[in-house]
Design a protein around this ligand. Structure first.
Ligand code: 5RP
Length: 212
């Protein structure tokens, strides 16, 4: 079974703060994400700046695109992104247009459990999804559990590469033991830590321990 990748989600307010963390964890993580919150503040230039300091990493623009997929994907790719997110509510033509320009990840929030729609994503070459517990749902008390595990397994069985995110901490990873999760995405647990490097290493150690 392949080992899950580790992605740092840089939902910082400034590019300077994101670059500082990227410098600290760049040799530990596999994917560097320009977070939605960062893109809202600094635009796609944040993506270019992260690309410049992490030339050999996968760069994700977490734009959560809902429409004009091809246009935004082209801009993201021109700024150096390898991957870009679309929200699950976007139409299939939006996903397909984006996928022609960049590798799309579909961010799953609500109302995504429609197998016919998910099959259309696959038919259009979109084979990455992000299983997401939203920041606001977590603040309202949502926790990781068996239901999430079953949903992730179902998506993998359908043929998706599944990333897992939303308030993920190293201790959450063992829930997915034996499951080929594609990538774990951690934001605040890394960029909000006193020592982001040590925090990123804790995730890597746990991935290595569980998926050895
Ligand atoms: C917010 C996001 C975040 O990037 C993702 O949830 C990871 O952040 P955290 O670990 O802080 O929850 O997509 O919409």
């Amino acid at each position: 079974m392949s080992k899950p990748l580790l992605q740092v989600a840089l939902d910082t307010d400034t590019t300077a703060a994101a670059l500082k963390v990227a410098h600290q964890v760049g040799d530990i993580v596999d994917v560097v994400e320009a977070g939605t919150l960062l893109i809202y503040q600094e635009g796609m230039d944040a993506v270019s700046d992260l690309r410049a300091i992490a030339p050999n990493k996968i760069i994700l623009a977490d734009a959560k695109v809902a429409d004009a997929g091809g246009h935004v994907a082209k801009v993201a790719a021109e700024h150096g992104a390898d991957w870009m997110t679309c929200i699950n509510a976007a139409t299939v033509p939006t996903m397909a247009a984006a996928q022609k320009e960049i590798e799309v990840q579909v961010e799953l929030y609500e109302g995504w459990d429609n197998e016919k729609r998910a099959q259309e994503w696959l038919a259009n070459g979109v084979d990455q999804v992000v299983y997401h517990q939203s920041r606001d749902a977590k603040a309202a008390g949502q926790v990781w559990g068996e239901q999430d595990l079953n949903s992730v397994k179902k998506l993998i069985d359908m043929g998706f590469k599944v990333s897992v995110t939303g308030g993920v901490k190293p201790e959450v990873l063992k829930l997915f033991k034996g499951v080929p999760v594609y990538c774990f995405i951690a934001g605040r647990a890394i960029h909000g830590a006193d020592d982001p490097r040590q925090a990123a290493q804790s995730f890597k150690d746990e991935i290595n321990r569980i998926w050895g």
